[in-house]
Design a protein around this ligand. Structure first.
Ligand code: COA
Length: 383
């Protein structure tokens, strides 16, 4: 498979008090369209990933709202939802629309406005992505679910508390060079260990924050792309898989099997293996999430994610740089936008446009997870 990326756009992540939900989508979309050097009339369809605009800002019918505010209200517009993987799923749906021959040029975006409501409502909204009967009803939250996974990983594999913290330290270091990131400060392992406890063993600095933001990408068929550019970045592999919604139904909670299965499909379609990937932006909603990701994607052996992080394998100068953008932890996690923001980082890197974050890579990967792993989406990008 080969679908071309013509343009990318992203807003500043963080609290966007002055801008509305649709304003931030249109800002990211306009940047992507400008970057693609296309005209509004070239766009045949819109896909938008958003997790819960209904609860965060009391607005549904997002597909029509976005098309209207973008001034593109005669073309098909589709809203896609898979919790924190809504952006990744929107990307996959638009790739399928192009591959099927249905459309030649598509704008795909993700957007979330999470800070306009109270923290308790935000937490309750996020936990709608967990099993209501077995988890949320009993008071479980996402930090709580990932804390249980972290404890089990520490117990089974000897992963240390410090190794979890090192994920956050690395991602904050990377975010310092990302002008769109929510946090630009460097932190130390001690800062992570001494920050307020959220759900033992996870502290504030092990968690992704609450974020407003949007990211967009313009995709085209390989043939159509030739009208606009000689050297697009291509999406060469896409994989999606599901797993149980609740943790207690899994054989092991230290493996996100949807990640393993989605990556297998993406590698097969791209005709590569895990060892060919040279850079990845993965779903570190909590520090343990990045350790599970690098194991599930096959970058390191199962149980060795903590040690690999400590050894610098995933550092910017390491064997496989992970989350050069700052990841969800430090760049921010506007849930529906995250999957597209990851693609924006990988495309910038492959184009050589990543400034001080730049690494040398021809093949990159994005990994987007819904909830505690009920959905995983993996995409492969190549020069
Ligand atoms: N990392 C770093 N700093 C953070 C932060 C984070 N994740 N979250 C908040 N802060 C900072 C704030 O900027 C603020 O700093 P200031 O006092 O200098 O202004 C301070 O910490 C307190 O912020 P506040 O908004 O009061 O934090 P909170 O206690 O209400 O929320 C969490 C913190 C970690 C509970 C919240 O961010 C959270 O729930 N994160 C997880 C989100 C999630 O589950 N996403 C879905 C994943 S599947």
């Amino acid at each position: 498979m080969k679908v071309a990326v013509l343009g990318i756009g992203i807003t500043k992540f963080g609290e966007q008090w002055e801008s509305s939900f649709s304003n931030i989508f249109v800002e990211a979309g306009s940047k992507a369209i400008q970057d693609a050097n296309i005209d509004g009339k070239d766009i045949e369809a819109i896909y938008v990933g958003t997790m819960s605009a209904g609860r965060f800002i009391d607005q549904e019918h997002i597909n029509a709202l976005i098309a209207d505010q973008a001034g593109l209200n005669s073309i098909p517009s589709t809203r896609v939802e898979a919790a924190c993987a809504s952006g990744g799923l929107a990307l996959r749906q638009s790739i399928m629309a192009i591959e099927s021959g249905m459309h030649d040029v598509v704008v795909t975006g993700g957007v979330e406005k999470m800070t306009d409501t109270t923290m308790s409502k935000t937490t309750r909204t996020l936990v709608t992505a967990a099993d209501q009967e077995w988890e949320a009803f009993l008071g479980m939250t996402f930090p709580g679910l990932y804390a249980m996974i972290a404890r089990r990983h520490m117990h089974e594999f000897g992963t240390t508390r410090e190794q979890l913290a090192m994920v956050s330290v690395k991602n904050h270091r990377n975010a310092k060079n990302n002008p769109f990131a929510q946090f630009n400060m460097e932190i130390t392992v001690d800062d992570v260990l001494n920050s307020p406890k959220v759900a033992d063993p996870l502290t504030l600095l092990d968690c992704s924050p609450i974020t407003d933001g949007s990211a967009c990408i313009v995709l085209a068929s390989e043939e159509k792309a030739k009208e606009f550019t000689d050297s697009p970045i291509y999406v060469t592999g896409s994989g999606q898989a599901s797993s149980t919604l609740s943790l207690h139904d899994r054989e092991q909670i230290t493996v996100i099997d949807s990640t393993c299965n989605a990556s297998k499909e993406a590698y097969r379609r791209a005709n590569i293996t895990a060892s060919d990937v040279q850079i990845a932006d993965v779903h570190d909603a909590f520090t343990i999430g990045e350790i599970l990701a690098i194991e599930g994607l096959g970058f390191v052996k199962k149980g060795e994610g903590g040690k690999a992080t400590e050894d610098g394998v995933t550092d910017k100068g390491g064997r496989i740089p992970v989350n050069t953008s700052g990841g969800l932890k430090a760049k921010g996690h506007p849930v529906g936008a995250t999957g597209i923001a990851q693609a924006v980082e990988i495309v910038s890197q492959l184009r050589g446009d990543a400034g001080k974050r730049q690494v040398n890579a021809d093949i990159g990967l994005t990994h987007n997870v819904g909830g505690s792993g009920g959905t995983s989406i993996v995409h492969i990008f190549e020069k």
